[in-house]
Unconditional design. Sequence first.
Length: 477
Amino acid sequence: MPAPPATSRRQAALEFLLGRINYERVAALPYGERQLKLDRMRTLLNRLGNPDAGIPIIHVAGTKGKGSTSALIAAILHAAGYDVGVFSSPHLEKLEERFSINGQPCSADQLVALVDRVRQAIQPMDDAAALAGDPGQQPTFFEITTAMALMHFAERPVDAIVLEVGLGGRLDSTNVCQPAVTVITSISLDHTRQLGDTTAKIAAEKGGIIKPGVPLVLGQTDDEARAVLLRMARDHGSRVIEAEQDFKVNYRAPHELDSHAEAGEMTFSERHAKNAFRLDNAKLRLLGLHQAANAGLALATALEMRRQGWLISSDAMRAGLATASLPGRIEVIGRRPTVVLDVAHNVASVQALVDCLGESFASKRRTLVFAASRDKDVPGMLRVLLPHFQRAILTEFQENLRAVPVSQIAEWAKQEMTRSNVQVDCEQIEAVRLPSEAWKLVQQAIKPNELICITGSFFIAAEMRGLAKAAAAEALV
């Protein structure tokens, strides 16, 4: 009998994975030791032969910036001649994006093979949970994909793994690793129902990735979060390399990106160190001051790895910063009109977005396309965004149950306009349920010299990226 076609094998693999407990696709995210068990993850890896054993790992957590920081670290290491695997989440368009090596997602055939092998390890665990009358204790989607990533990277094999935390840190399935370096990018209010309603509480959860004796590269945080993380590092005997204390970054933004592509420039300098390292006027492809901060963390991580014996030159650092890219991070998809896609999904990240738009984009008239998840501070995001746009089109992503109903977003938008006296004509705020309808509204009234910004969630970025790319391609014909 001939083998099923590749497309059907991939679909069967996806159906298996999406049939698991998947906390990325539920309306309310749980976060507790009953749902998220590191012992279950350890058991799964043991059954797979501990594929991560012996591979140096850089473990990255943080409220925002961890995806970009991971990509920048990987780009620097690859430019230095190393093969680097990156496990990230969520994906924008294809699940394979979560398992990349040297910037390339795994293939559909590799995905199918990984699922086939992991299923064999999972079946006894599923059976045991069912026999105990507690099927909720079967391995989850995120646990399985974490294991698949480690299997994929071990089979190449790669020289290093950059492992991005999914949620929090302490209970995240990636936290079974024994890293060479840990990185915490930032702490701000997000996932407050799960992680806590203060930055100190959130820091305690994210600081759960700190391991005894393992160096910690730490981004800028407020005083409360910093005190928690420094105490945790001290208790674990972990040396801290901290932004602004041990190194600093200066950034020069590019201008008028509506009309031409240009990278920003940054300077990185160590402080107070013997033979302090400095990197002047390095090109940075990722846009925004916040990305320069992430690049600073990546460089500090590379320097720490160099202290551990890795051969990473200044030229490799420059090349990594100049080439690293990541879909959905102030991604310029089209020009005339300019279309910017960003996965910003909390107050701090939308503030970084509007700052970058002000620095680097000259368009006078801007249209916002916005949707959000239920567990976010949507009024807070709208409060930041609305003053910077002349037109807002509100919508509701369709492929995830966490979407806020567009009627609720519209109500919050009206409240924010009234409360903040935002200078936006009420007739310019429109609400449609389907993202495809939102895109049609955009195209009906847009002019070549205007800017469209799609933001609010990974999920709206994923659903609208294809529409925007198709329109940009059509404009070039």
